[in-house]
Write a protein that binds this ligand. Structure first.
Ligand code: KIV
Length: 283
């Protein structure tokens, strides 16, 4: 039995990232952390899935991402790879698994890439991560960068705040993006940055910039699935548009199940095994 439909969807390749940028073709990128959600995203037109360390909050109920372990990531990336065979899948490197040494970073990237079958790894940080990125790419693993608001080190940035809000910090972000491209990153997530800064940064590199809270002038729009479908709850950053209300649909469905069950309406004959067993007859 397979949940997968025959789809007319072509999985993106690493080569497509640069090609799409050159052609000015926009694309989209969302999160998934489990098989079922991955299979739903796979059936949609969305191009990329991130198994992000945001699973710390969304799947594990933590306050942030720093406590997420490599084992947590491996556990969640594997079912997503199974659930979305037609979609490019990114495996996030969690905090503390690449900041000790370049060797540690290569070992972490090897485990994520080899044990899960995802299509690349993602790590956070600007110019200071260039040597690490270079080494992972040299080891044969594609790397997606992540600059701007970097949630793993949000404490160092003074909290979950817009980044690049001064001319100096905006120029630094652009320098970071160029350094990541030089180091061999094939794309860069840019999080929580004013749209004018994002526009200049996107024009300054030849690899695609994947924006979350970075306005309309980037190459690809990114959102957390549980935010854009309103599954996670009350928390809603400014940059999130809710495109559906799945939380309400689920609560309504659960309430209907409860009501029909306690009132005896469910399960009717349609949902029961009706074979007559001698001595056990019912009306
Ligand atoms: O972990 C995550 O969901 C992310 C996105 C915010 C890009 O890194």
């Amino acid at each position: 039995m397979s949940v997968h439909k025959e789809l007319n969807k072509k999985k993106m390749t690493i080569g497509d990232f640069k090609k799409y940028k050159e052609e000015g073709r926009k694309f989209t990128y969302v999160t998934a952390y489990d098989f079922t959600t991955a299979s739903i995203v796979n059936e949609s037109d969305v191009d990329i899935i991130l198994v992000g360390d945001s699973l710390g909050m969304i799947m594990l109920g933590y306050d942030g991402t720093t406590a997420v372990t490599l084992e947590d990531m491996l556990h969640h990336i594997k079912p997503v790879v199974k659930g979305a065979p037609d979609t490019f899948i990114v495996g996030d490197m969690p905090f503390g698994t690449y900041n000790v040494s370049i060797e540690q970073a290569i070992q972490t990237a090897n485990r994520i890439y080899k044990e899960t079958g995802c299509d690349c790894v993602k790590l956070e940080g600007g110019a200071e991560m260039a040597d690490t990125i270079r080494a992972i790419v040299k080891a044969g693993i594609p790397v997606m960068g992540h600059i701007g608001l970097t949630p793993q080190t949000a404490g160092m940035l003074g909290g979950f705040k817009v980044q690049g809000g001064t001319p100096e910090s905006a120029k630094q972000l652009i320098e970071d993006a160029k350094k990541l491209e030089e180091a061999g990153a094939f794309s860069i997530v840019l999080e929580c940055v004013p749209k004018g800064v994002a526009k200049a940064l996107t024009a300054s590199v030849s690899i695609p910039v994947l924006g979350i809270g970075a306005g309309p002038y980037v190459d690809c729009q990114v959102l957390v699935t549980q935010d854009l479908l309103n599954m996670y709850g009350e928390f809603k950053p400014k940059f999130v548009k809710q495109f559906a209300d799945i939380r309400k649909a689920m609560v309504d469905g659960l309430n209907q199940f409860h009501k029909e069950s306690v009132e005896g309406e469910f399960p009717s004959a349609e949902y029961s095994f009706n074979a007559k067993v001698e001595g056990f007859e019912v009306e």
